[in-house]
Write a protein that binds this ligand. Structure first.
Ligand code: BDR
Ligand code: CA
Length: 314
């Protein structure tokens, strides 16, 4: 089994990936940490607590950063995830309560208690991870793997979804991302290169709703608003599989074609939030990549396998 800390900004696709984590037999979910992004921090935390009671997982939920490392948070993308962050479904009274620790402290405590065993799946801004590694640098050597949904490396023509070159999770805190990607923990990244190559169609969701009981019905309910956004903005019959792709990459790396190299994030100027990889084996004049660890990015995907994995897990 894989011990997983899920760092998230629920978020429709965040909730769908959390469902996957809660149901998969090889996953032991040991902590859920929240970050601002798809909604403000009070809302993403409320949503994570709602998901804890709705999906029935035992892992603690801890609230994290409400703003990026530098500057103020941008207005949440209510047109993507709805005003309540979960596609504007009706939410009940929330009875689950948050862990008293801040997110970065829960991350530090869990990693230290399980040295070499924890996979952090991070599908929002990298703000909590940056803070955890700043306050306890020793955790960098104790984490099994960090798997990220974020960025876009221009493979398969995918470059950005918030600007022509920047993906939302990285654009929302580029400074934190540049620091986290430069640390010596093993990182694997599922960027838009593969998440936009994996689409859940309307027919797929309808079949899931029929075959997967309450969980299937839940996916259909929370994804309706999200699907509508994709139809209107990209003319898609369905929606991109962003955050669940990080779970798939953690459990089934064989679904992906990967490359390795040093990664940088642009932290100012017109390309702010752009992610750049210097492929291993290529040499350039001395510069921004020197001394950075080699990380892994997904550049190709067996999308059918990912879709089958999601359905079979539920
Ligand atoms: C990422 O941004 C958020 O909207 C999604 O939850 C996902 O993590 C996609 O760019
Ligand atoms: Ca997310």
């Amino acid at each position: 089994t894989l011990k997983v800390i899920y760092d998230t900004d629920p978020g429709v696709d965040d909730a769908m990936a959390l469902l996957l984590l809660a149901r998969h037999q090889r996953i032991e979910l040991i902590g859920v940490t929240t970050v601002f992004g798809n909604a403000d921090i009070a809302t993403t935390t409320r949503n994570a607590l709602y998901l804890k009671q709705k999906l029935g997982f035992a892992a603690p939920v801890a609230e994290g950063a409400g703003a990026p490392l530098v500057g103020e948070p941008d207005a949440p993308p209510t047109f993507v995830h709805g005003k309540n962050g979960l596609g504007d479904i009706d939410l009940p009274q929330i009875t689950a309560t948050a862990d008293p620790r801040p997110a970065h402290q829960l991350i530090i405590d869990l990693v230290k208690a399980n040295p070499g065993e924890v996979t952090i799946i991070a599908v929002g801004r990298m703000t909590n991870l940056e803070r955890a590694m700043r306050e306890a640098p020793e955790i960098v050597g104790l984490v099994r793997q960090v798997v990220v949904m974020g960025g876009a490396f221009g493979r398969n023509g995918h470059t950005g979804n918030v600007t022509p070159v920047a993906e939302a999770n990285i654009w929302g805190d580029p400074d934190a991302a540049d620091i986290v990607f430069g640390a010596a923990w093993p990182i694997a990244i599922a960027g838009l290169d593969v998440t936009q190559a994996t689409v859940m169609t309307d027919a797929y969701v309808t079949e899931l709703a029929a075959a997967a009981g309450e969980d299937g019905a839940f996916v259909r309910a929370i994804s309706a608003f999200y699907q509508n956004f994709h139809r209107e903005s990209a003319g898609l019959d369905g929606f991109y599989v962003h955050d669940s792709s990080a779970v798939a990459l953690a459990l089934h790396p064989e679904f992906y074609k990967t490359e390795t190299g040093a990664i940088r994030v642009v932290t100012e100027g017109i390309a702010i939030g752009q992610t750049i990889i210097k492929p291993d084996g290529r040499s350039y004049p001395p510069g921004a990549w020197d001394g950075r660890p080699s990380q892994t990015i997904a550049v190709g995907v067996d999308a059918e396998a990912v879709l089958r994995f999601y359905r079979d897990t539920l």
